[in-house]
Ligand binder design. Sequence first.
Ligand SMILES: Nc1ncnc2c1ncn2[C@@H]1O[C@H](COP(=O)(O)OP(=O)(O)OP(=O)(O)O)[C@@H](O)[C@H]1O
Ligand SMILES: [Mg+2]
Length: 255
Amino acid sequence: MDAIRITNLVKRYGTVSAVENLSLSVRPGRIFGFLGPNGSGKSTTIGCLTGLLDPTSGAVELLGEAFDSENAAIKKRIGVMPETLGLFDPLYAHEFLAFVARMFGLDEVTTRQRVTELLDALELTDTSKTLAEYSTGMRKRVAFAAAVIHSPEVLFLDEPFESIDPAGVALMKQWLRRFADQGRTVFMTTHVLETVERICHDVAIITKPGKLVWEGDVTLLANDGSITFNGQEFHTLESLFLHLTGEKYTDLNWL
Ligand SMILES: Nc1ncnc2c1ncn2[C@@H]1O[C@H](COP(=O)(O)OP(=O)(O)OP(=O)(O)O)[C@@H](O)[C@H]1O
Ligand SMILES: [Mg+2]
């Protein structure tokens, strides 16, 4: 059984096509990197996979079951850190995380324990500030905590490491590896390709509007291996990504 299966997904915003006929699947226990240029449809796809957006057409299956935004049972088994974070700004971090935990059905004791452990581990112990008063990286850490607090089976992360400091990134990467080692699944977007080479097992690269141009196993790259595409050999994900999505340099003579 696949953890995630997308079939002919289409999402349009009015007449703007954001995802056009995307099909792919992700096996359990894998960390899957979903890559593509700005505006290529990554966040839109994550929205459709997590019930934040309704697809225009196509089918999504999560953990072997048909999924749509009404499917509350599956929603309890997935975690999501959306691009927009989805925090409730007037609350303190511990209040927000407790609210999320209770919404997922965790009991009071487990809620208290996990909120404390997450806030300690993520060094979010400054309790004098509301979420509105937190720094960008602190807000991102809270959104990550909210995505994992109920111990989901599939985790969707939209640019999880952006704005997080190196120690935070290292911690999150260790958690994600452990998460996948237990047979659970991570679906993440990022523009940091070195990170992808280090932690992702599989990668899909899309171009605008949400069209799959390459997918494959990238674990070899971490061990100095290479990827062959159309008879050409690529030793880094960056070189493959630029080959597939286009590289350009424009000289600005006033800069
Ligand atoms: N709410 C919206 N209304 C109209 N168009 C939208 C909306 N959200 C996204 N789009 C369009 O859909 C396309 C895909 O956007 P999306 O945010 O999914 O890209 P992305 O791959 O996540 O980009 P980035 O790397 O910049 O985060 C873009 O053309 C964008 O302008
Ligand atoms: Mg995005």
